[in-house]
Design a protein around this ligand. Structure first.
Ligand code: UD1
Length: 335
């Protein structure tokens, strides 16, 4: 069964492509490589022992997506293609609103004309913003977004929900990812941040590799056990498997209209300092870091209540933060 994967050459997309093939699906990638690299495709091929079909194309072009849906007899789509840098979205909001919203609207229009009924959307725990309810459940009230990037995730969820509610023959799920880390254990695919990483784990591994001189821990005076922020670090391979399970669920539904949202995390909070210590253990390196000022927009603690995805889809994370850090380090050493 053919599944379209937009952004399939990206970090989470490439791992999901591998998991889809391992589960017996045939993923078809669409990626414009604006924020990903072709080496992801060769990495996927190395893991699977065969290539996966990829269209180098813009997901904002309706005709392109319609043609692929038709030619490839697509049964479902997983929509990863989006920009994701919080700071850049504040500097250039239109770039984010245009790309992230138009690509989803385009996909939904093409799904409508071509009769594709199953859509999985890449959302983010960023939708919980400054909410103080912990762990965050899917019922947690969504506050005003803290960045244009976060707003595109909130609006996209609403678009998908509204289209389903309008009676369109559509079954949709939004997956709210917490903090994805790690890499495929083969080290053939992993995260490829452009320039200086914004996210913690690529910054840690690049510092471990000597590419960055030192890591700055953003804030050591939070009201948390060790004063640094708490996050829910989820291994990218666990996250990839959650997509496969969610797609299987959509395909198994007998109703024509369905929409739901699920947290995808481990439910286990870990601090920034705990991540550093765990990295030092798995890499055998002592990491050069210092405690610096807080970063604007960071929430002190954010971790998931994962009971809904467990009871509805039977999914739970199997891998630990330590395993994620070990895999991320193995990947870093190939770069
Ligand atoms: C961020 C985004 C989130 C996005 C996610 C993608 C914000 C507010 N949120 O989450 O929308 O979906 O990335 O992965 O930007 N840290 C340091 N030093 C660093 C980098 C990070 O101490 O050099 C700390 C941060 O202060 C934070 C934790 O590490 O406490 C995690 O940071 P990061 O990896 O950037 O993820 P989030 O900010 O949680």
């Amino acid at each position: 069964m053919n599944i379209l994967v937009t952004g399939g050459a990206g970090f989470i997309g490439s791992h999901t492509v591998v998991a889809l093939v391992e589960a017996g699906f045939e993923p078809i990638i669409v990626d414009d490589f604006s924020n990903s690299e072709k080496r992801a495709l060769s990495g996927i091929e190395r893991i699977l022992g065969r290539p996966v079909k990829c269209y180098e194309a813009d997901c904002n072009n309706l005709e392109t997506i319609q043609n692929i849906f038709r030619q490839e007899q697509i049964q479902g789509a997983i929509h990863f293609a989006a920009f994701k840098a919080v700071g850049e979205s504040v500097q250039n909001p239109l770039k984010y609103y245009e790309n992230n919203l138009v690509s989803l609207i385009t996909l939904l229009k093409a799904a409508h004309t071509e009769g594709v009924k199953n859509i999985l959307f890449s959302s983010s725990a960023t939708v919980y913003g400054l909410s103080e309810e912990l762990p965050a459940t899917e019922q947690t009230l969504i506050p005003k977004a803290m960045s244009p990037y976060g707003n595109t995730k909130q609006i996209s969820e609403e678009i998908l929900r509204d289209v389903v509610a309008s009676g369109a023959l559509l079954r949709g799920i939004s997956l709210r990812y917490f903090n994805p880390i790690g890499a495929h254990p083969s080290a053939a695919i992993g995260e490829l941040p452009l320039g200086v990483p914004n996210n913690l784990v690529p910054y840690i591994t690049q510092t471990g590799a000597g590419i960055r001189e030192k890591l700055t821990v953003f804030g050591g005076d939070y009201d948390t056990p060790d004063g640094t922020c708490l996050r829910d670090f989820i291994h990218v391979c666990d996250l990839a498997e959650a997509h496969v399970i969610a797609m299987k669920y959509l395909l198994s539904l007998e109703v024509d209209n369905y929409y739901d949202v699920f947290n995808v995390g481990t439910g286990v909070p870990n601090s920034v300092l705990e991540a550093i210590t765990a990295f030092e253990e798995v890499s055998g390196k002592s990491l050069h870091y210092e405690i610096g000022a807080r970063r604007d927009g960071d929430v002190p603690s954010l971790y998931a209540d994962v009971s809904k995805i467990k009871s509805a889809l039977g999914w739970t994370a199997k891998r630990s933060m330590k395993e994620g850090l070990a895999d991320a380090w193995r990947w870093q050493q190939t770069l």
